[in-house]
Design a protein around this ligand. Structure first.
Ligand SMILES: Nc1nc2c(c(=O)[nH]1)N[C@H]1C(S)=C(S)[C@@H](COP(=O)(O)O)O[C@H]1N2
Ligand SMILES: [Mo]
Length: 412
């Protein structure tokens, strides 16, 4: 594919050999050598070494991301990495690109922006398009502050809280990030492509490697949603999209599950008939005894997280607990916290300046912590009245875990 640069820039074996040689030669620690290598090389390949330090030397899998995933900020789960919530302490409203979780079905591709094209075609348009990066920049710009959250965020709690393990990446609550995105309206691009009134589905597709026999990652969006608020974004927090998050262009589908936000988009199929792929047939639906109709997932749900290690140890005395709550349906109206297994609930203080719809709300609570062990709970209510429940019916792939999470805390 002409869109890919030489993937050898992060040749695992070559970098391991270099690292090993340097260690032998200098007797320096791995960490020290890593920092020297990335300083010296400055290449994306060296930066990816940051993904390894937590694995035993020589046993790590090749990294699938280009950015470093330092152990104090990320928990690596296969080809993915979730943000550790304690890393948010003191961080402002937006998730810095360096802290944004990564969900890769395969690996981060390096795309040559000069040969990159976005094609738009299918039975739903009359004038198929092929746009270069510069063509895209000519559309009127649009900005949005929105979250992207994996459909499976919180999946591990189906096991630890409900006793029914679900298949898939065992995320805690770190598969969400909030960005300031800049891009263009999908509706503007579709209009230029001669969108037909009969179009029903719009399916963006990624340029990352094919996923087995399922082909390239792609996910249909209804035409109503596509024309409502979907953007094709090329900037995150004022800078070009980082490679791991979709450079040069990704889709932003506010409020919808993460997979709809296709990274490294190369083609958009517009169709007069419904479009299907593994990502809306065998995955990203609710399967299980309680879901006989196996509904296809669209919108995310309501959740809350404390900005604390999991589990956390705190000192006795007054502790300012901070956290964030979010909803795909709007902003947050109320957050309550409990320290006694949900018998009593106390209102947390939501910062009214940092509470945007389909992004998140920052809140805090001054807790007079007495020695003991606790399961801290935070429960959010959104502006539509959706409240986090105590449990939900099981679905086999563990999507949309919305219940209040028990956060283990020891006060010494
Ligand atoms: N092309 C492509 N797009 C993709 C994916 C992918 O693997 N390939 N993963 C999806 C999933 S499941 C999620 S949750 C989000 C994650 O976005 P992030 O890695 O920027 O945090 O991207 C989505 N878009
Ligand atoms: Mo996801």
């Amino acid at each position: 594919m002409s869109n890919f640069k030489d993937e050898g820039t992060y040749d695992h074996d070559r970098l391991e050999r270099r690292l090993h040689a340097k260690q032998q030669e200098t007797g320096l620690s791995r960490r020290k050598v890593l920092s020297m290598l990335s300083l010296a090389a400055g290449a994306a390949g060296a930066a990816s070494l940051g993904a390894w330090p937590r694995s035993a030397f020589g046993q790590a899998a090749p990294p699938t991301t280009l950015k470093p995933l330092p152990a104090d900020k990320f928990r690596v789960l296969g080809t993915n990495a979730e943000t550790l919530w304690e890393a948010y302490r003191g961080v402002g409203y937006l998730t810095p690109a360096s802290l944004f979780f990564v969900r890769n079905h395969t690996r981060t591709p390096q795309i040559d922006v000069d040969s990159w094209r976005l094609t738009i075609g299918g039975s739903g348009v009359t004038r198929p398009l092929s746009l270069s990066y510069n063509d895209l920049l000519k559309y009127r710009p649009a900005y949005a502050v929105k979250s992207i959250e994996c459909a499976g965020n919180g999946r591990s709690f189906f096991d630890s809280q409900q006793g029914t393990p679900a298949s898939g990446t065992q995320w805690r609550l770190g598969a969400i990030g909030v960005g300031l995105w800049k891009g263009v309206r999908l509706s503007d691009v579709l209009a230029q492509a001669g969108l037909k009134r009969s179009a029903v589905d719009v399916e963006p597709q990624g340029l990352d490697p094919e996923v087995g026999t399922n082909g390239h990652v792609r996910r249909a969006i209804s035409i109503e949603k596509a024309l409502d608020d979907v953007l094709l974004v090329y900037e995150l927090n004022g800078k070009p999209l980082p490679p791991d998050h979709g450079f040069p262009v990704r889709v932003l589908v506010p409020g919808w599950i993460g997979v709809a936000n296709i990274k490294w988009v190369g083609h958009i199929e517009v169709s007069e008939t419904p479009l299907s792929s593994a990502w809306n047939t065998t995955q990203y639906r609710l399967f299980g005894a309680d879901y006989p109709d196996t509904p296809v997932l669209t919108t995310q749900t309501v959740k809350s997280a404390f900005e604390l290690p999991f589990p956390a140890t705190l000192k006795r005395g007054f502790q300012v607990l901070e956290g964030r709550s979010w909803s795909a349906h709007g902003a947050i109206r109320k957050v309550e916290v409990s320290f006694d297994d949900g018998k009593r609930w106390w209102p947390a203080a939501i910062n009214p300046l940092s509470n945007l719809p389909q992004a998140w709300a920052q809140w805090s609570f001054l807790w007079p912590a007495a020695p003991g062990t606790y399961k801290l709970k935070a429960r959010a209510t959104d502006t539509r009245g959706n409240v986090q429940p105590t449990s939900i019916p099981f679905n086999t792939q563990g999507y949309l875990f919305s219940p209040v999470v028990d956060h283990p805390v020891t006060v010494t």
